[in-house]
Ligand binder design. Structure first.
Ligand code: BGC
Length: 347
């Protein structure tokens, strides 16, 4: 089923691209489309997998063999907004016809918007969502991502279903699940929303819960391991559930249990979000009770379709844009149960 959907999407992408490229060839003579991609940190697991998926789609488009190649110029801001602003300036001067930006500081896109507007180069922001007012400030700005509320909701419901099926999660048998939260970067739309919504969903599902602590680990596995080691020091076996804002931090929590040699039956249930390669592996080998698939393939495809449409001015009306600005891909639940059922076809 999933595989079919992927082929359908690829076929749609190829067809769309052929139309764009022939239109572009007619319009611009050379037909060459150069796309700039600027990421906030190339070592971020999810963002790097999203970039890989994007490059694979570009290769697929080029393999169609038209005379209008798509090329990509990539930059890593290494977590500095000042660096990213300079990179965008370079991309514009290198003649990029469209720029995809994964902002370092999602509250500070003003320089980028100003430069792009001056050069009349459209910008697709992705994954790190700018505020609506900034996105609306010019008609050639777009956003591709997902709905953070949905990811939190699915995480909470998945954890609740697991707890109902595994009453032993409540190890001290007090009828209440003692939990901790590992949060992504302060101020990131996904961190704020996921932490709240996941807990709300657990409560809606009728699970009695008690928060022991929440700790910021900046999406990072090593930081999450440190935070979790500290929590193990403080609460011992008292932590029964770990809600992590992403898979890397969930795996950091599992690393802490490994380093403290906590026996299998005394470990908390740990759940992540993303479905990265390592995250899915964590579900398969039982370190995580589940994750929430953050559709990087869908986001990459939407970015490329939108980039080609924005660069050529053709096909914009065929894209599923909300308010003419947003494309958000849905999340989905991943547990050991559906990974094994989907087998090879799992994402
Ligand atoms: C992902 C995280 C990632 C972050 C980067 C989130 O949507 O879930 O894994 O680190 O985006 O901006």
């Amino acid at each position: 089923m999933k595989r079919c959907r992927r082929y359908v999407c690829l076929a749609a992408l190829t067809a769309l691209v052929l139309i764009f490229l022939s239109a572009c060839g007619k319009k611009q003579g050379t037909g060459d489309i150069r796309i700039g991609v600027a990421v906030y940190d190339e070592y971020d697991t999810f963002v790097s997998e999203l970039t890989e998926a994007f490059l694979a789609d570009v290769a697929e488009v080029n393999a169609v063999g038209t005379n209008a190649p798509v090329s990509v110029v990539r930059y890593n801001a290494a977590q500095s907004q000042i660096t990213q602003n300079e990179q965008v300036e370079q991309m514009i001067s290198k003649g990029c016809s469209v720029i995809c930006v994964n902002l370092v500081d999602r509250t500070d896109p003003s320089m980028i918007i100003e430069m792009a507007r001056e050069a009349d180069v459209p910008v697709i922001f992705f994954n790190r969502e700018l505020v609506e007012e900034d996105l609306m400030s010019w008609n050639r700005l777009y956003y591709v991502g997902a709905d953070a509320f949905e990811s939190g909701r699915i995480q909470g419901r998945t954890a609740a279903a697991y707890i109902k099926e595994h009453p032993e999660t409540d190890r001290n048998g007090d009828g209440v699940i003692q939990y901790v939260v590992l949060e992504g970067e302060a101020g990131h739309q996904d961190a704020i929303v996921r932490s709240e919504t996941s807990v709300d969903a657990l409560i809606e599902e009728g699970i009695q819960i008690e928060k022991l602590e929440s700790a910021i680990a900046n999406w990072n596995r090593a930081q999450a391991r440190n935070r979790m080691e500290q929590m193990i020091e403080t609460y011992g076996e008292g932590v029964e559930l770990v809600l992590a804002n992403n898979d890397d931090m969930a795996l950091g929590a599992a690393d802490a249990c490994d380093s403290r040699e906590i026996p299998e039956e005394e470990r908390p249930a740990i759940i992540g979000i993303d479905g990265t390669k390592v995250g899915l592996e964590g579900v398969r080998n039982g370190k995580l009770i589940g994750t929430v698939y953050n559709d990087k393939e869908g986001q990459a495809r939407a970015m490329l379709q939108l980039a080609l449409a924005a660069a050529t001015g053709e096909g914009m009306e065929d894209l599923p844009l909300t308010d003419g600005k947003y494309i958000r891909l849905p999340y989905s639940e991943i547990t050991l149960d559906n990974i094994s059922r989907l087998g090879e076809e799992a994402p």
